[in-house]
Ligand binder design. Structure first.
Ligand code: RBF
Length: 359
């Protein structure tokens, strides 16, 4: 925060200085692609964050913005513009095209598995535009760097915890061996990595555990998500993993009312619903984005390449050090989960994501 306000002051002073000398530009220009509007110096490294949806309530979108802002706090000459593209996916390509057409941004950062594909024609139309896509992968494209996370491991950890909970005698747990997962929509990372990983984790506890997988159909309708959760609870589910952005709140409310448990994906959220959120698996996307933006700034980001990181690399962690976790989940369950987490961290247990993702 301190850094950011200092940055704002520095920025304001620069703007005033530029205005005073009569060279205030319509926007901050960094390295311009085709010399004609190259009025600026190389003073700024301009980053645009394209949020494919709405930032608030979507853990990975929040972290993407946070990561870019942290990079900007680290380097005073990085500027940041955040564009929320909204939930109409049919408009994303047009909005991304308009952003690239501004030819102002040294880097456009975005996230989710669909974005690099949506960006292919945009990249073709603007051959000097560079992109960083996280939480995604695509065949090598020399204008893009992509980073994929091993979400099979991430989902395995919550699946394992869910399995332990549904088999336990924790308050609110019934005798059915059933756990649930609700996705905003179906997409390859969900069906190829997350759901299979969640199932594998649960099966490692007991092969008889059933996984109830439902799809909401959007990333915002908390009422509908609550209804979906209620119908799963009525069918015997006592632990639910919601991955539906802003609609997660509806699942949490339904679980709280019914006295069952929620597992949380991508960020630590115990304080959002103490006693209801029983476990959080954290994906450190903010750090990954910060590091990659700094690399781009330094000119060392290898466009055309991609990375994959998981538990062993330290980007996926289970949030074990919370009093709320310790209060909600009994010690014997925590100890069992902790052993699995440790063996994944040491690389003794690793899950290979499907070939599909390996370009
Ligand atoms: N996750 C969210 O939390 N909020 C969203 O609005 C959102 N929209 C998505 C749209 C598409 C087309 C795809 C492929 C994924 C979307 N995700 C969204 C899922 C997100 O990228 C990630 O897979 C999950 O958050 C699990 O880490």
């Amino acid at each position: 925060m301190k850094h950011q306000s200092r940055k704002k002051v520095v920025f304001t002073v620069l703007v005033i200085a530029l205005a005073a000398t009569g060279v205030l530009l319509s926007g901050c220009k960094g390295k311009s692609s085709n010399g004609d509007d190259q009025k600026s110096t190389q003073a700024y490294f301009n980053v645009a964050v394209f949020v494919p949806g709405v930032t608030e309530g979507s853990p990975l979108y929040e972290q993407m913005v946070e990561g870019v802002e942290k990079a900007a706090a680290e380097k005073e000459d990085i500027t940041v513009k955040v564009l929320e593209a909204g939930f109409n996916q049919g408009e994303w390509e047009e909005k991304l095209t308009a952003l690239a057409a501004e030819k102002k941004y040294d880097l456009i950062v975005s996230e989710n598995g669909a974005m690099p594909y949506i960006a292919v024609p945009v990249a073709k139309a603007f051959p000097d535009q560079k992109f960083l896509f996280v939480d995604s992968i695509i065949k090598p494209n020399k204008q893009m760097y992509t980073l994929l996370y091993n979400q099979m491991e991430e989902a395995y950890l919550v699946g394992y915890l869910g399995g332990l909970i549904t088999k336990s005698s924790m308050k609110g747990v019934n005798s059915d061996l059933k756990i649930g997962i609700i996705a905003g929509q179906e997409f390859p990372a969900m069906t190829e990595m997350i759901v299979p990983g969640y199932r594998m984790g649960a099966s490692a506890v007991d092969s008889g555990i059933e996984v109830d997988f439902r799809v909401l159909g959007n990333w915002y309708d908390a009422n509908k998500a609550g209804e979906l959760a209620k119908s799963m609870i009525d069918a015997g589910v006592d632990v639910i993993l919601p991955i539906c952005g802003g609609a997660n709140q509806g699942v949490i409310a339904a679980a709280k009312e019914a006295g069952i448990y929620v597992l949380y994906f991508d960020s630590e959220a115990y304080s959002m619903a103490p006693g209801v959120i029983a476990g959080c698996v954290v994906l450190d996307q903010a750090r990954a984005v910060q590091e990659l933006v700094i690399k781009a700034y330094n000119g060392t980001l290898e466009y055309g390449k991609s990375g994959i990181v998981g538990v062993k690399e330290g980007y996926v962690k289970f949030a074990e050090n919370s009093d709320l976790y310790r209060k909600t989940v009994p010690a014997d369950i925590r100890e069992k989960l902790s052993l699995v987490v440790k063996s994944m961290e040491r690389g003794e247990v690793s899950l290979t994501i499907p070939e599909y993702w390996n370009n």
